[in-house]
Design a protein around this ligand. Structure first.
Ligand code: NAG
Ligand code: NAG
Ligand code: NAG
Ligand code: NAG
Ligand code: NAG
Ligand code: NAG
Ligand code: NAG
Ligand code: NAG
Ligand code: NAG
Ligand code: NAG
Length: 865
């Protein structure tokens, strides 16, 4: 008994010590289960040190809003008691003022915990039952301190506003729970909003402390992932009387004004800091018209503006994230019905003081300070406790068998409770992921309306849902045009390049090179165009490449084809003339059948020219050189036969003549020369046939052309023809002085010269010319060669056949030949005079030998015929 008494005395002394600290009013109501409410009804304390070293703590900055919050708890408890939701059990409360400061909160907590342990010693029977559970505190920092102390007795603590992520750590804070989500989610939500509006260069202001540091860190974490950078981060010291406070506010103002490209500022600062910031910042015109993104800590604090007499339009736009709002209707009715006589609230000194001060205006003043989120989360906390108690007391009489805190904690973690027809429960971190509301401040008559909800943010889906189309447009019209970027965006056609020494959000734009594109703003890189597409530099699209080739409609090609057709027609005409005068000496002397073959091959060569025009295809590519090569070889070998024949006819040395006669096998010669070319061409086609190729021209067209890949083969083909032509030329050159009727040789020489000159010119031109007119060069050269042969070989003969019929007789030929023979062997003078005077009549054979050889020649003509 003695011991017992002495303990009671000790307790009395202790409790006197604590409660003599005059900061502390309280509110209490009896009940079977007592819930403590810890509210920062005063936002701060002023600590002065007395002469003896002890501290004098004076509360400061009374907050009507927090008083209202304590009343929300009272109302919720009273409702449960009234409705007898727990049967005969009643809930009591003890509301204490944490003064927004850790030490005060700890002193308060310790006071009732002492009483708790005392009760357990069965000391003061008259005192109320022990506190089983705590609702509060609003601030994370206080909650962290208090929950550690409460955990000594396993007393669970349910906060309605402490959102710091540290508190989710259940190994450190096992007794802590909350009816709000932790701030990592808020950081994520804000980062998503920034990302959605393309704000990549933003400022951050925060109040130092668990809340500010943690949410700033989380925002940075989520924002960095989305490529958002902080232009500045200002951390303001928490203590109100700190000397450095004004300085840090000043430097924050400076940061905001200096960073002109930052038009969006995210603030995690406490309301009183925002009051200071706006008070100074709005004096500068550059500080106005910004977008302020408020976190839950001040997003519903209209006093931020009203206390400075600033209008919302001065600030710019304030919108923000709030904790999920509750329905305030019921609580407003409670305040309406509030008994405004202070004497009736002797057990709630906070309220009675307020009533004394505001009189009949009280309930209006209180109603102004209702934060809808507090209605939701405080009511939810009360409901959670009620549910846990109900769960525990279904099978036992809690009136006599008192509950223990640890039991209650377990029950709370498992409880499923209901509000507005929705069920909630704590997750394994003791958090309640109810989501956020996005609000936009609206200017009203006296103070801004801070309950204008635009959208909901669902933590589960990590997505924003607007309440209606109108709210979405309302927000869009406020902030849709706001840009907050370090540097101008890169237009499509450019890509971002980082600048060394600058954060990633400050970059330069570099144009995309040719044949690359970027089609988004702020593209990270330029993409290459697909095949057959092209783009100029700084392009946002690729264009299909146009193909280019020598088109049928091309004027050059039309001219060339006209010449080709003309040539072909002339060849046919010549052929007809020859056939019509088949047995005349002129035709016979030019070896009729060989001439026809020659005409045919010329015809084919002319045709092959057509293959050089138009859109290339692989057959055409392969055919054109081959057809040309073979037909022209045939052409030249026919001419070769003719030149051989002429030389043979006028070779007067019998020995050589007999040798030549043996060698002179026209069709064999033609066949052998053709065979050589066939071998070359076949080798070419087998080894590496020409194929279609393309290249990009300077005007970004895709030029289609035939690639005669194996140039040596092409060369060999031409050289082979050239060799044959050289033989013709050599042989014909030898016979260039033969009689007029046989001036074939002269003309062959001439035709071959034309051929050589044109092909010699062709070489360098062909090598140097690129583009679609390359085939035209070859066409021209082929046409020149063909026309050369056609004119030289046939036109004079046609002239004789058609216009000088008298010369086209055997007699005239003989005469001519005799003249030549005499000219060759006898007196030059006589022959020349004879020829000049009358080439057809004067026949004077001087040498029998010569005459014989002429006969021989003529007979050999017949052989060929
Ligand atoms: C504490 O300080 C306040 C003023 O700050 C003063 O009125 C009060 O008397 C002081 N109390 C003690 C115990 O010193
Ligand atoms: C309430 O208490 C009364 C008497 O104390 C008792 O008769 C009654 O059964 C109790 N009701 C419940 C629901 O416990
Ligand atoms: C803050 O700025 C104001 C002017 O804007 C100046 O008067 C004051 O001295 C500054 N305070 C500090 C601590 O720098
Ligand atoms: C709030 O609850 C009241 C009834 O208590 C209801 O009439 C009202 O529509 C609710 N308000 C909202 C916004 O849900
Ligand atoms: C205040 O509390 C005391 C004892 O706890 C009680 O007797 C009294 O009725 C209460 N006053 C009011 C107004 O509720
Ligand atoms: C109540 O409000 C009116 C005007 O709103 C004011 O004139 C009056 O002084 C207020 N009364 C008290 C007790 O504050
Ligand atoms: C936003 O920009 C659009 C077009 O760019 C313009 O029509 C609209 O008026 C602007 N809104 C604001 C609030 O500046
Ligand atoms: C702000 O933006 C403008 C234009 O985008 C740019 O020229 C300027 O360098 C930026 N200022 C800073 C401090 O980055
Ligand atoms: C950009 O180009 C890609 C294909 O290259 C295409 O899929 C995409 O739709 C384009 N985007 C825009 C905005 O044009
Ligand atoms: C882009 O191309 C144009 C002409 O094609 C040229 O004048 C210009 O210098 C190029 N720009 C860049 C950045 O390469």
């Amino acid at each position: 008994m003695k011991c017992f008494f002495s303990f009671c005395i000790l307790f009395a002394v202790l409790s006197h010590l604590f409660f003599s600290v005059k900061c502390f009013n309280q509110a209490k109501a009896k009940g079977d289960i007592v819930i403590e409410g810890l509210f920062p009804i005063h936002e701060s304390v002023i600590v002065t040190v007395n002469d003896d070293g002890s501290e004098n703590r004076t509360r400061d900055r009374f907050s009507t809003a927090r008083l209202v919050q304590s009343l929300i708890m009272v109302q919720a408890l009273e409702e449960i008691n009234q409705k007898r939701e727990l049967g005969n059990l009643t809930l009591g409360y003890l509301i204490l003022d944490s003064c927004g400061e850790v030490t005060t909160a700890l002193i308060q907590t310790q006071a009732f915990m002492m009483r708790n342990s005392n009760n357990r010693q069965d000391c003061a029977q008259q005192s109320s039952p022990p506190v089983l559970v705590v609702i509060g505190d609003y601030y994370s920092e206080l909650s962290i301190g208090v929950t550690g102390q409460l955990h000594l007795e396993y007393i669970p603590e349910i906060s309605y506003g402490a959102t710091s992520g540290f508190l989710s750590d259940k190994t450190r804070f096992p007794s802590f729970m909350r009816t709000v989500p932790q701030d990592d989610h808020q950081g994520h939500a804000i980062a998503q909003i920034l990302d959605h509006y393309g704000w990549t260069w933003v400022g951050v202001v925060a109040t130092d402390g668990e809340y500010g540091r943690y949410i700033t860190e989380r925002l940075r974490h989520h924002a960095t992932k989305k490529g958002i950078c902080f232009a500045f981060t200002s951390v303001l010291p928490d203590a109100l009387n700190d000397d450095s406070r004004e300085e840090s506010i000043n430097s924050t103002i400076k940061s905001i004004i200096d960073n002109r490209n930052v038009s969006v500022i995210i603030s995690f600062a406490k309301a009183y800091h925002m009051i200071d910031i706006f008070g100074k910042l709005l004096k500068y015109p550059q500080g106005r018209g910004k977008v302020w993104l408020a976190s839950d800590i001040w997003s519903q604090s209209p006093e931020v503006l009203s206390s400075q007499n600033y209008k919302l339009s001065d600030v710019g736009t304030i919108f923000g994230v709030t904790l999920k709002s509750g329905n305030t209707t019921k609580f407003e009715r409670y305040l309406d019905d509030l008994d405004e006589n202070p004497n009736h609230h002797e057990n709630n000194t906070f309220l009675s003081n307020f009533l004394k001060e505001h009189g009949t205006n009280s309930s209006e003043e209180l109603k102004k300070m209702i934060y809808p989120y507090a209605v939701f989360s405080i009511e939810l906390a009360v409901k959670a406790i009620a549910q846990a108690v109900k769960d525990l007391c279904t099978n036992r009489d809690c009136k006599t068998q008192s509950l223990r805190p640890l039991e209650l904690r377990r029950a709370l973690r498992k409880a499923t409770f209901h509000m507005e027809e929705k069920s909630y429960s704590f997750d394994h971190h003791g958090d309640l992921n109810s989501g956020y509301d996005i609000i936009l401040w609206k200017q009203t008559q006296d103070s801004p309306d801070v309950n204008n909800i635009l959208a909901y943010y669902s933590i589960e889906h990590q997505s924003l849902t607007f309440t209606s189309q109108e709210t979405q447009q309302a927000l869009q019209s406020h902030i849709g045009n706001v840009t907050s970027k370090c540097t101008d965006s890169c237009r499509p056609g450019y890509r971002k390049t980082s600048v060394t020494g600058q954060p990633g959000c400050c970059y330069q734009c570099e144009p995309c090179a040719e044949n690359q594109y970027s089609n988004t703003t702020d593209s990270e890189k330029c993409h290459p165009c697909k095949e057959n597409y092209y783009s100029k530099n700084t392009s946002s699209v690729c264009l299909p490449r146009k193909t280019d080739f020598l088109k049928w409609g091309d004027v050059y090609l039309i001219v060339l084809l006209s010449f080709t057709s003309l040539g072909a027609v002339l060849t046919i005409v010549v052929g007809i003339i020859f056939l019509a005068h088949w047995n005349t000496p002129v035709v016979r002397s030019s070896v009729g059948p060989i001439s026809i073959i020659l005409l045919l091959s010329l015809m084919i060569t002319f045709t092959s020219v057509i293959l050089f025009g138009g859109p290339p295809n692989s057959y055409q590519c392969q055919a054109r050189q081959v057809v040309f090569g073979l037909s022209f070889t045939l052409c030249v070998s026919c001419i070769m036969v003719k030149s051989f024949k002429i030389v043979l006819a006028f070779e007067f040395d019998p020995v050589i003549q007999s040798i030549l006669k043996k060698l002179y096998k026209p069709y064999l010669i033609v066949t052998v020369s053709m065979a050589g070319q066939v071998v070359i061409v076949t080798t070419w086609l087998v080894l590496s046939p020409p194929y279609i190729d393309s290249e990009i021209t300077q005007d970004n067209m895709e030029l289609m052309f035939c690639n005669e890949k194996l140039i040596p083969a092409f060369g060999a083909m031409l050289v082979y023809i050239g060799l044959l032509a050289l033989i013709c030329f050599g042989v014909a050159f030898k016979g260039r002085k033969l009689p007029d009727s046989y001036n074939d040789a002269k003309f062959i020489t001439f035709a071959m010269l034309i051929y050589f000159i044109s092909w010699i010119m062709f070489g360098p031109v062909y090598v140097n010319v690129t583009g679609k007119y390359l085939p035209a060069v070859e066409m021209v050269v082929i046409l020149i060669s063909c026309y050369g042969i056609l004119f030289c070989q046939f036109f004079t003969k046609c002239y004789i056949i058609l216009c000088k019929k008298e010369a086209n007789t055997e007699k005239a030929f003989r005469c001519n030949i005799r003249n030549y023979s005499m000219d060759h062997k006898g007196s030059e003078d006589e022959v020349s005079s004879n020829r000049v005077e009358n080439p057809n009549l004067s026949v004077s054979v001087k040498s029998q030998d010569n005459w014989n050889s002429v006969k021989l020649s003529l007979s050999s003509l017949k052989v060929i015929k």
